[in-house]
Design a protein around this ligand. Structure first.
Ligand code: FES
Ligand code: FES
Length: 387
């Protein structure tokens, strides 16, 4: 058992908890604060959202023991909060709830939006709400309710829990992922060293890849967008016009199929063996929009090897944004990049039997289900491997 002391809704609480007990369970079962709802218990649906030290937090994936010394505020503790009172009225007026199961988490997130983004437009409100799922309302009423409070203007002075947002730490560099299936499986998804972070709605991914190919050959390949695209699962280059590239990305997740079409601009800095790609795309079916800016740097750790360092900032807005979180995207990105690196390496070494150059290139659809299955298998294997 672990002894903890924390403040819950303004009251001091001392307790002994099992280290594995989640904050949501601790609040509901020990303190009988059942206003915090539990839905998915995987940090996806947002039903359990509450405030820890003023920041919205998923209490289903937060250990109670980790909140020692923290200030926790649940929806019950927002009874007298002026902004929440305005939101409650607005939710009623705009029919922003039906069964009400998502509502405590929605209110906490809505309150955070009102405090943090007083000038948010509807699109930004929807983006901020993408971590809170509602199975009843269709979101229109919820967005209208938040809009109503935002339009009312100034936040009352002295409202509680308006703590500053946390400062995200400096991103660590990812481990080098070799373009080799066995090594990729061994080092993928380092649990203790996340390589994603959010900043103003954008997320950043960093990754390093090692190819057993000399630098000059890799650099020549990097300058051929069609060749690179043909190595990336699901990516098709439709047209290349100077630095402008038009393409599409096919993604399949079970019955969900998405086709992002869009454009990108690529810049090369030959003297530094580096460059950047910026672009945006849209899935015509769901309306989900993806914006991304990637930087790449090549280096030669040895005459026969090339390391590619990637840093990708991306924003996903719309229905598919729910898949844009932390380790899921990190795992996908590592798998996709490692797969592309293996394919590129095989082509450059003449082992794939594929041609090196073409005006447009098509690769097979990106099956996220298969990638997800591989990630789960890798994690299970890691867990089950002794030592
Ligand atoms: Fe915590 Fe779904 S119950 S996010
Ligand atoms: Fe029922 Fe949102 S009102 S889940």
């Amino acid at each position: 058992m672990t002894s903890i002391s924390l403040t819950v809704n303004g009251d001091s609480v001392d307790a002994a908890v099992e280290p594995r007990v989640h904050l949501a369970d601790f609040l509901r079962e020990r303190l009988l604060l059942t206003g915090t709802h539990i839905g998915c218990e995987h940090g996806v649906c947002g039903a359990c959202t509450l405030l820890v030290d003023g920041s919205p937090t998923r209490s289903c994936i937060t250990f109670a023991a980790a909140c020692d010394g923290s200030d926790v505020r649940t929806v019950e503790g927002l009874d007298d909060d002026p902004v929440t009172a305005r939101l409650r009225d607005a939710f009623k007026a705009e029919h922003a709830l039906q069964c009400g199961y998502c509502t405590p988490g929605m209110l906490v997130t809505a309150r955070d939006i009102v405090h943090r983004l007083p000038d948010a437009d509807d699109e930004r409100v929807r983006l901020e709400l993408s971590g809170n799922l509602c199975r009843c309302t269709g979101y229109l009423g919820i967005v209208r309710a938040i809009r109503r409070v935002l339009d009312e203007g100034a936040i009352p002075a002295g409202s509680r829990d308006n703590a500053p947002l946390p400062v995200w730490p400096e991103l660590p560099r990812a481990d080098i992922v070799r373009a080799d299936a066995a090594v990729v499986a061994a080092v993928a998804v380092p649990a203790a060293a996340p390589t994603t972070a959010r900043d103003g709605g954008a997320s950043t991914l960093r990754q390093s890849l090692l190819l057993n190919v000399p630098l000059e050959r890799v650099w020549s390949a990097v300058k051929d967008p069609a060749l690179i695209a043909s190595c990336v699962p699901g990516l098709t280059v439709v047209r290349v016009d100077g630095d402008e590239i038009e393409g599409r990305m096919d993604v399949a997740l079970g019955p969900i199929k998405a086709r992002f079409t869009g454009r990108a601009t690529v810049n090369y800095v030959a003297s530094a063996y580096a460059g950047s790609i910026t672009g945006e795309g849209r899935d015509g079916t769901t309306g989900t929009r993806l914006g991304a800016a990637a930087r790449f740097d090549l280096a030669a750790p040895s005459p026969a090897e090339t390391r590619i360092d990637l840093a990708i900032d991306y924003t996903l807005r719309g229905p598919l944004a729910q898949f844009s979180r932390g380790s899921i995207v990190q795992g996908f990105a590592e798998e996709i990049a490692a797969s592309a690196a293996r394919s590129l390496e095989a082509r450059l070494l003449g082992q794939s039997g594929e041609p090196l150059a073409a005006s447009t290139q098509t690769s097979s659809s990106l099956g996220i289900g298969a990638i997800l299955a591989r990630l789960v298998w890798q994690r299970l294997r890691k867990l089950l491997t002794p030592g």
